[in-house]
Every structure is written in structure tokens, then in C-alpha cells.
Design a protein around this ligand. Sequence first.
Ligand code: IMP
Ligand code: MG
Length: 192
Amino acid sequence: MAGITGDMYRDIERTLLSEAELRETVAQLGRQISADYAEKNLLLVSVLKGSVVFMADLMRAVTIPCRIDFMAVSSYGAGTKSSGAVKILKDLDMPLAGVDLLLVEDILDSGKTLRYILELLSAGKPGSVKICTLLDKPVRRQVPLQADYVGAVVPDEFVVGYGLDYNERYRNLPIIGILKSEIYKTREGLSL
Ligand code: IMP
Ligand code: MG
């Protein structure tokens, strides 16, 4: 069955960001963040699992001293739309007081997930909080939220790869691609 065995690329409608484009995008973000946080106490916080590939590349594109931490939430079931319900599965290990926190996200869609995470993290009294998202889907926003660093603006399509999943699949695809709609239309709500 497509997406489970065989070539992942056959489920991709078209490539949005190639490996070379992703490299350039991440390098650019790394340069900008390194300049902006040169005199600060940078903590990169990645929201698992979607941003794990982006985080791994971005942290190596940052040339100033920094620390990393991870947090896990679940906002999606098996579908392609945010439920708005966010569950914390893993909280941060580090105290946030006085830290310049940069949230590293895979994609900013409705913004509901990030809004919730931001509220939660601000209780730890960090020195500053900013958002770095690889992808931004501004037309889908339901809460007023803007990222401080954006890798690329993408159209209102369901994208996978470079950490992003559909039903936990395609995360290991090295590109960002638009998933063929027949994949989620025929399998919406079904577990693989
Ligand atoms: P939001 O709460 O609607 O902003 O949802 C954000 C989360 O939904 C992201 O961190 C992703 O895990 C997931 N998501 C949103 N859009 C896509 C997409 O196009 N492909 C894969 N995951 C997505
Ligand atoms: Mg996801």
C-alpha cells in the first residue's frame, strides 16, 4: 500500500522545497538568529515530533553558544485539521527564568497549538520568547499569531516531509512536498 511500503515519493503531488532549498533556508535562519542572539542567553525549544529534523539542522546553523530542550504536545488525531485540544506529553527539563527562549516549530497553521504553548511557557518567566517556524500557512490562521522567523510561506495544502507527517508517516522524506489529496481523502480517520 502506498505510504506504508514502497516509494514515499509516489504519494507526493509536487515538491515545495527541495533538499538544496531547505539547506539554504535553514542556513539563512541560522545566520539571522546567530546575529540577533549574540549577546543573549539562547535556548532553542523544539516541539516534538514534527520539528525534530528542522531543529537538528537549525542548531548546527547557529554559530553562537546555545542550549536546546524539547517539549511534546499532541494537537492532531489521525486527520489533517487541528482539533484545538492540546495535550502536554513532555514538558521542558530546564527552568526558563531569564532565558531567551526561541520556539522552533515545523509549521504554523491555525496557530492554536503554539498559542497554547506560549501561554504555558510564559508562566516560567523567560527573559524573552520568540518563534521560529520553518513553514508558515498564514491563510489558515485562527488566532492572531506571527512568527519572528519564517523559513518559507506555503499555500493552503497539506505538506509532509522533513519531519512533518501524515498519520506518523513521511517524516523521513528529505524534502517538503504536497501530499496527494487522495491519500488523506481515502484514509481520513482510519488508522494505518
Ligand atoms: P496548528 O495548531 O493548527 O497551528 O497546528 C500546528 C501543528 O499541526 C504543526 O506543528 C503540525 O504538527 C501540524 N500541521 C499543520 N499543518 C500541517 C501540514 O500541512 N502537514 C503536516 N502537519 C501539519
Ligand atoms: Mg503532526
